[in-house]
Design a protein. Structure first.
Length: 413
């Protein structure tokens, strides 16, 4: 009975520290959300760029599916950022930091709308323009803009000013010249008109990225109502019931993930009780953090978790040997704890490394630093194995892939 009580107390303590952190650094959650938003926007633009590779043959459906998945993840990041902004902006919309966060949010929203508004028959383009450099230039420009969004994400995270790449202007000019050459050599409107529309949207994206660098994002009179954050939260019990009913089906990704997590934690707790593991809560924590709503995200998180834990152990042993003093270890505990929270939402492998060091140092103060290393690795591997089993065999997401419906849903959004 002690472990559930300790887990509950740990959760309360963690939430208390999180609340204190939000009070001391109120803008940090917004910055983290915006960072993830721009990182997902970068991934979406890269997925879009892959469709313009003329050497890809027969993989259009997979590329479209990858684009639809990236769009789904981008919309989720946008929704989470919007909720964080709504929570932050109540009562302090006039503050300078709040205006900047709104600036970044609306720029990302506009970039997404422009990137997703061009509808092109990619297979037709690949067949007709295989020997032209136009597709390569579109792909390169989209990849450059994807990297720019990643740079914006890093500038938000590290409080640095974003510097717009001056090579964009030259890339756009060369693309426009190449497109004019194609227009002069063919009169097919199925090819020319969509490409010019896409070029116009990419020029708009370039202007939006430049506005971040100059901090001069302009909102026209007609756009002001569209750029107001609408609060779409739950408005009453009826809304709550309808929202829950909509997810009480295996077709809902949230429902499948909830069932998986329930079984994952149940299996983990059975293993703890059956083998009477003294620190088995590491299994539960690992499974909780590693198991994600889809297979690819879980596999990536699993790799980062295992590598971060093992590297943390390997680095931790020399630290315990060369820093034997209690004072030095207390300082390192503060440093590693701070670094864990700094990297928790942006670099999971780094965060795992630092929390592993913190665990080793904390237990070393009790004289158990070297003793917990092997159990830490074993429990991490067990927790990761349970999470992998869950996403692989309990309603795996590939059984619910309906590409036409997914593409249509994202098109409607």
């Amino acid at each position: 009975m002690k472990q559930p009580i300790w887990l509950l107390l740990g959760a309360i303590w963690y939430n208390l520290l999180t609340l204190i952190g939000h009070l001391l650094f109120p803008i940090r959650p917004v910055q983290d959300s915006l960072t993830r938003y721009y990182q997902q926007l970068s991934a979406y633009l890269e997925a879009k760029a892959a469709l313009f590779d003329p050497d890809i043959e027969g993989d259009q459906q997979q590329l479209l599916y990858n684009l639809a998945l990236a769009n789904n993840q981008l919309i989720e990041a946008m929704s989470q950022t919007k909720l964080t902004l709504l929570s932050r902006l109540k009562g302090d919309r006039g503050q300078r930091s709040s205006r900047f966060t709104l600036h970044y949010y609306f720029v990302a929203q506009d970039i997404h709308e422009r990137a997703s508004s061009s509808h092109i028959q990619y297979q037709l383009l690949s067949d007709r323009l295989r020997h032209s450099d136009v597709l390569f230039r579109f792909q390169r420009l989209l990849s450059m803009q994807a990297r720019a969004c990643e740079q914006v994400a890093q500038s938000i995270l590290w409080h640095k000013k974003y510097q717009h790449n001056p090579h964009f202007e030259r890339a756009i000019t060369h693309l426009e010249n190449a497109l004019n050459n194609v227009k002069n050599s063919t009169s097919d409107p199925q090819i020319i008109a969509p490409l010019y529309n896409l070029l116009q949207n990419l020029q708009g994206i370039d202007a939006l990225l430049k506005s971040i660098s100059t901090e001069q994002y302009q909102i026209s009179h007609d756009q002001k109502e569209e750029t107001q954050l609408s609060d779409e939260g739950l408005t009453g019990w009826r809304d709550i019931v309808l929202r829950i009913k909509g997810h009480l089906t295996p077709k809902s990704a949230l429902f499948r993930h909830a069932v998986r997590m329930s079984l994952v934690l149940c299996i983990g707790y059975v293993i703890i009780q059956f083998f009477d593991l003294h620190r088995g809560y590491w299994i539960l924590l690992t499974s909780l953090f590693v198991c994600q709503p889809n297979y690819n995200a879980t596999r990536r998180r699993l790799t980062l978790r295992v590598s971060g834990t093992i590297i943390g152990i390997l680095i931790g042993f020399p630290i315990l040997y060369f820093v034997p003093s209690i004072e030095g270890q207390l300082v390192l505990i503060v440093v590693t704890g701070t670094l864990f929270f700094a990297f928790r939402t942006v670099q999971y492998a780094h965060a795992t490394l630092f929390i592993t060091l913190l665990v080793l140092l904390s237990f070393n103060l009790l004289g158990e630093g070297y003793d917990v290393a092997l159990p830490r690795i074993i429990d991490t591997l067990i927790g990761c194995a349970i999470a992998w089993f869950a996403v692989s065999f309990i309603w795996p997401d590939w059984k619910f892939r309906q590409l036409p419906l997914l593409i249509q849903k994202n098109h409607d959004q």
